[in-house]
Design a binder for this molecule. Structure first.
Ligand code: GRF
Length: 223
């Protein structure tokens, strides 16, 4: 295969983070290993102290901090962030632990090419403190969701979900760790599918072209 040609086919990905960046690191590892036909062109954060920026810096990937404190209004911040993202003309924008709600204007600007990883099985537990709320409700399954971003928070078309069992003795930390591990795999899959042009959206439903066979049902606890 012609390498130049395959390079030009790589999707350009921008990743937005707010903290540790373990989902970003998982994506970078997957790209390095050749499992995603794409490349991360920039990592952006609204916080200069986001530790995850180092994952990009170590690899020489450009980073941009759009400091939320420097803008008088949410719209002004969103416009600046949107411009910073658009400067690279990315094919895909990934919210990977980006802990700020984006307004309708920026969401519409990147409609159909912005995805988010959420640490719960939506539509259960939108918003914050998902693990704590799942434990309080005594659910037996929890997990994560990758969805396209729409102006209403955490309700966009679902690309994929990964369920993990809630186990006896779980606390927020053990459950969060189990979910995070699932997040890393699900986000990699979602980005790979997007980059391979395998996703199509019809209303609220996302179809995966060439889908593999569906998993069997699972029960927790098992008999
Ligand atoms: C993840 O659980 C993500 O779903 C949530 O924030 C966490 C970010 O983790 N919104 P990391 O920064 O990717 O390590």
């Amino acid at each position: 295969m012609n390498t130049t040609l395959s390079k030009t086919r790589d999707k350009k990905i921008s990743v937005l983070i707010s903290g540790r960046g373990s989902n970003l690191a998982a994506l970078l590892d997957a790209i390095d290993a050749g499992r995603i036909q794409g490349r991360i062109v920039r990592v952006l954060s609204q916080r200069a102290d986001a530790a995850g920026l180092q994952h990009a810096e170590k690899r020489g990937i450009p980073t941009t901090v759009v400091d939320v404190k420097a803008y008088p209004t949410r719209d002004a911040f969103d416009a600046a962030l949107g411009d910073a993202i658009a400067a690279d003309a990315p094919d895909l924008v990934v919210l990977a632990g980006f802990m700020r709600v984006l307004g309708a204007a920026i969401v519409q600007r990147f409609a159909g090419r912005m995805i988010n990883i959420h640490p719960a099985l939506l539509p259960s537990y939108p918003g914050l403190h998902t693990h704590q709320r799942a434990l309080a409700d005594g659910v037996k399954w929890h997990g994560c969701t990758v969805h396209f971003v729409t102006p209403e928070v955490d309700v966009g078309p679902i690309v994929g979900q990964s369920a993990v069992p809630v186990l006896p003795g779980d606390d927020e930390a053990t459950l969060a760790a189990r979910v995070l591990d699932a997040e890393h795999r699900l986000l990699e899959d979602a980005v790979r599918w997007f980059c391979a042009d395998r996703l199509s959206v019809d209303g609220q439903t996302v179809a995966l072209r060439g889908a593999v066979k569906p998993p069997a049902s699972c029960q927790n606890p098992q008999r």
